[in-house]
Design a protein around this ligand. Sequence first.
Ligand code: NAD
Length: 485
Amino acid sequence: MYVVHIHVTSNGFNRLHSSRKIRAELRRTFASGRTKSVAWRQQQLLQLARLIQENADAFADALNSDLGKPRFEVHLAEVSLTTERCIICAKKVAEWAADEDRSDQGEDWQKGWKQIVRKEPKGVALIIAPWNYPLILSLQPLYGAISAGCCAVIKTSEIAPAYSRLLAELVPKYLDNDAFRVIEGAVPEITRLLELQWDHIFYTGNGRVARVIATAAARHLTPLTLELGGKSPAIIDPEADIDLAAKRILYGKTQNAGQLCVSPDYILCPKSVVPTLIASLKKHAASFWPEGSSLKSSSFGRIVSNAHFNRLSSILERTRGKVVYGGGKDLDGSIDLAGRPRGLEMTILVLEKEYWDDDALLGEELFGPLLPILPVEDVNEAIQFVKSRDHPLVLYAFCKSEETKKQILDNTISGNIVFGDTFQQMPLNQVPFGGVGESGYGRQILRYSFNEFSYERAVVDIPNSAEDLLGPIRYAPYTQDKFDI
Ligand code: NAD
């Protein structure tokens, strides 16, 4: 067993050669047919669950080192959820992979014909994962690939190196090394990987890189899943329970210090309730961080890199939004009491309408602990604002009446819509997750992950006896009497 660790210093030829060699090995494994066995898939899924569970503490250490992520958040949102889903996949995969016999749904003249939908694995897949929730975002696609009967290369993010190293060490110990490999590295490595033909690429990350991936995939007509981000708004209806809305929005915003694809990016709040909303946000911030500031709290994450820290600091410097809470930061490179660098305080701002056209807060996805409130006239203006921008990954809305919910639902487009809370859609196992437009395409979670890595193959078996019924009609010559039948 060996771990593939391609060094950034090795030359391009060697890198491409290694990638090619790995893909050739996985292709051989796939061609052998071994990954198609449901028993093999179940065994690999349970091994993946073991991999996560037996190394939960090591994963928490790695993510704390890479991201300053609180261990509790790692256990709750990554370790336990992914383990549970691997086990569900092992239980359900036989059902998902079973042929669907549609023979009895045929027309009368198709009696005796077999019409089957067979779920086939696509082949050898490339999974490209980001740094922010590195465990779930690499292993969730992986359980999909295993369930479908695919082989896979997992390209981890260079921005979460401790996680990446750990996964590269563990995968060969737990999973079939002929079928699954981890490749570490940055842009040069991914560029080499993208020169090769894959049977599916599953990419999670930002829209700019997604275009690079989609262009590379197009050269080989490779099907893609793109799990992207963007600015997910939260709409507040003045009739809603404002205090509870404030608490739940703040909760969603503070996970991983706002470095979350489904983080509420900004709040659209009717002017009449903005003061109440701000008071509630401050009250709940005081209860979340009794130390007096998120900067002093071990329950609040840190910014992943100097580049992201500087990006967020620059937004804070340039915005014309008024800071109503927070605004503090540790100096670049300094560390908190727990030894974690790059602290940026949870910061709430109010951004008046006159600045909406070009303010830094409304440019790219914030992806950090900055929470602007945009005062609007009413829910209708909030809807118009959402409609005027790219389709978000998630739209959050806090409403009292079913009519207001329906108004928002009917008049907007988003990958997902959640009423009454934030982030709590993520542990749900019955509904799919994914984007639309700029927030991506394709779906994941359990059966939806299986679907991304499979294709439906129509298997049709027509008996010789069909000749009796069809034979006299379908063959040439097409004489006039055949039109009368
Ligand atoms: P990242 O920088 O780790 O990049 C993601 C992957 O792309 C990495 O493996 C990286 O090596 C690779 N990559 C980087 N530059 C590349 C290039 N030029 N060519 C090819 N590959 C390249 O992560 P990120 O993009 O900063 O992740 C954050 C973004 O991801 C946010 O926009 C967030 O909303 C989104 N996101 C979406 C989801 C989702 O499920 N929809 C989940 C998490 C994050």
